[in-house]
Ligand binder design. Structure first.
Ligand SMILES: [Zn+2]
Length: 390
């Protein structure tokens, strides 16, 4: 196994407080990094760097861990730009628009769905994402959910069964019958292709009892739990996620005091998805309240054709800083370590020795530029995580 030495790193973010300046980001200036066998094996000052089989001088750029996008919906077909335009002209967003994508997804071939997924995954990688989670949820039949997850598994190990996205129109008069389908034959067909189960616990989607039934059925099949909750209004989803030991509860836009306390006392990560609020002109979640209470916070894109059609983690970092009062350091940590923790992954989201060598070289001397220069393509090169092999 040959080793590679990266030199000329103006600023290295390790996310390992035992390195560098002692902050949570573990920032080293004038740094070097050695990788071997796909792992980081050494970080430190460039003057102390050991020799390696090959060297790459990054030329005074900053290096950060690859972004971990822990929430996306990339198994879909069709286009909803007209709906977006209508929303920008004043029509409010509701969960019902998902039905448009369900019809297009059911009509699409496997090849079409796989090509669409590959295109979005490539977009993500080019913007520094080295790990992404993605969900079913636009099939909503046993066969369509299962084929979406089988396709997703080809692209990422972080696959989530979201049969509980909305009740499809054919079950509109029998929502509990649909919950029985989701927790019975659909779960049986999907579990072999999924690591996680998720449910949209929201008015217009699934209520608390239905959501609990779906999550407990998934847990019994060995799936980890994730929840969409408190996006469009206050509700029981955050506390349900914490009660059931979910790895993540995502959106968290409308929180009561009890929700914040429950999150702070749990091992559940609050995933904030500012691309949604940006794209739907909605109020942003109160990130400061969560951070100040000691909650684990992640940032993700929620890339989907309805409410947040961006694949850009740098955009989410910029929005978190400029619209949600997070510091650039907090936003980067949430986009890397936060996502990793929400996926229960120890070996990603940081660049300390032992981590997977998922390395992003920025076209900037400091990570702060991710928020300071919104909309600018700042990713110079991506190593590992399905990009260039290391
Ligand atoms: Zn989502």
């Amino acid at each position: 196994m040959s080793s590679l030495l990266l030199t000329g790193i103006a600023q290295l973010v390790t996310n390992d407080p035992s390195h560098g300046d002692g902050s949570e980001l573990g920032v080293l200036d004038d740094a070097a990094l050695v990788m071997q066998g796909g792992r980081v094996v050494w970080v430190g000052g460039v003057a102390q760097a050991p020799s390696a089989d090959a060297a790459y001088d990054v030329g005074g750029r900053a290096v950060v861990p690859g972004f971990v996008d822990s929430h996306s919906h990339l198994l879909f077909a069709g286009d909803r730009s007209a709906e977006f335009a209508a929303r920008m002209a004043g029509t409010p967003y509701s969960a019902g628009g998902i039905a448009t994508t369900v019809a297009a997804t059911r009509a699409a071939s496997d090849e079409n769905l796989a090509a669409n997924l590959a295109r979005h995954a490539a977009e993500m990688r080019s913007q520094g994402t080295t790990t992404f989670e993605t969900k079913s949820g636009y099939g909503l039949s046993v066969a369509d959910e299962a084929r979406c997850l089988a396709i997703a598994r080809q692209a990422t190990e972080e696959t989530t069964f979201l049969g509980g996205h909305v009740v499809p129109s054919e079950y509109a008069h029998d929502p509990n019958g649909y919950v029985e389908l989701v927790t019975g034959p659909m779960l049986a067909a999907c579990a072999p292709h999924a690591k996680w189960i998720d449910v949209f616990c929201e008015r217009g989607a699934f209520d608390e009892d239905q959501s609990r039934t779906i999550l407990e059925a998934g847990k019994a099949e060995g799936l980890g739990l994730r929840v969409h909750a408190n996006q469009l209004g206050p509700g029981p989803g955050v506390r349900l996620a914490c009660d059931l030991g979910a790895a993540a509860v995502d959106h968290c836009t409308y929180l009561a005091g009890g929700d914040v306390d429950a999150l702070a006392d749990s091992g559940t990560t609050a995933t904030l998805l500012p691309g949604v609020e940006f794209s739907t002109r909605s109020p942003y979640p109160d990130a400061r309240r969560l951070l100040d209470a000691g909650c684990e916070v992640a940032l993700a894109t929620d890339c989907n054709p309805g409410s947040s059609y961006t694949s850009s983690m740098p955009l989410c970092i910029a929005l978190a800083v400029r619209e949600m009062s997070m510091t650039p350091a907090e936003a980067l940590l949430a986009a890397t370590r936060g996502g990793a923790r929400s996926l229960r992954r120890e070996e990603i989201g940081h660049l300390g020795p032992g981590a997977l060598a998922h390395v992003v070289v920025l076209e900037a001397p400091s990570y702060v530029h991710l928020a300071y220069r919104p909309g600018v393509p700042l990713v110079h090169r991506v190593l590992g995580g399905g990009a260039e092999p290391v």
